[in-house]
Design a protein around this ligand. Sequence first.
Ligand SMILES: Nc1ncnc2c1ncn2[C@@H]1O[C@H](COP(=O)(O)OP(=O)(O)OP(=O)(O)O)[C@@H](O)[C@H]1O
Length: 284
Amino acid sequence: MMSKEVRLALTNVVQTFGKKSALKDISISVKKGEIFGLLGPSGAGKTTTIKLLTGQLKPTSGSVEIFGKPASEMKQEVYRKVGIVTDNSGLYEKMNSYDNLKLFAELLDVKKERIEEILERVGLAKDQKTLAGKLSKGMKQRLILARAMLHQPEILFLDEPTSGLDPVTMQEIHALILELKEKETTIFMSTHNMEEATKLCDHIALLDQGKIMEYGTPMDLRLKYNDAHEFHVILNHNRELKLPYNEESGRQITEWIRTGELLSVHSSEPTLENVFLQVTGGNK
Ligand SMILES: Nc1ncnc2c1ncn2[C@@H]1O[C@H](COP(=O)(O)OP(=O)(O)OP(=O)(O)O)[C@@H](O)[C@H]1O
């Protein structure tokens, strides 16, 4: 089988702003149909990376490619294959939800029927006549996502897509993202949310102070930082303890099963959050 095409690539990218270096020699590549997560504390360089990939910034040095072409020379036909969700994806507050989408549909030659289909899909069909300025935060975010997905882009950039949203809206957005993955959409997202990254991403990179500190699947990273691998045991009479991961503990647990004292046991692996704290030294 042929390996999948690379959709996004940064190679040895350096980005400086005056004396400040925001990205220090970073390389990332993302393939078709992959969900890639860029994690990092505030100021790590996540938004800068997205701006480079979407051609809003030109790198100080190194190369940035989208669909195999330099991102800074992105042409109209490439824009049609890309969707972007960022903090400043301004909606026209005085226009209703439907008209906000219609404006983009016209620009992108999207059929009118698609507007209704997408409003339905993000659960805003009933609110299509509501002014965007009157929508709740979660509804606005769903409208922004609907707009970014309107033309069925092949690559979607999501800069902190769920920050500040309630858990229900967050779940809904996650479901939409996974549905896009089914259709082989390439998704490049930045997030502070470790749980979100674990659930959605095929690969993640931990960015700290403009450097990639780690790269891998969420599971790879959890296993790599597995120093604290232990059994978490709950016994009757509200007894709860942690045991080292060794044979002696295994024997002890078998004994508790025999005497009927054991209520539950599971092995605790570090969460991505802990991995992240270890890598960045808690600089979050
Ligand atoms: N246009 C600019 N001019 C000067 N400095 C900038 C500019 N854009 C970004 N920076 C600096 O580059 C660094 C990285 O910023 P960036 O916005 O990429 O971080 P981030 O990881 O997206 O942070 P956050 O999670 O807070 O959005 C920061 O130190 C920021 O101050």
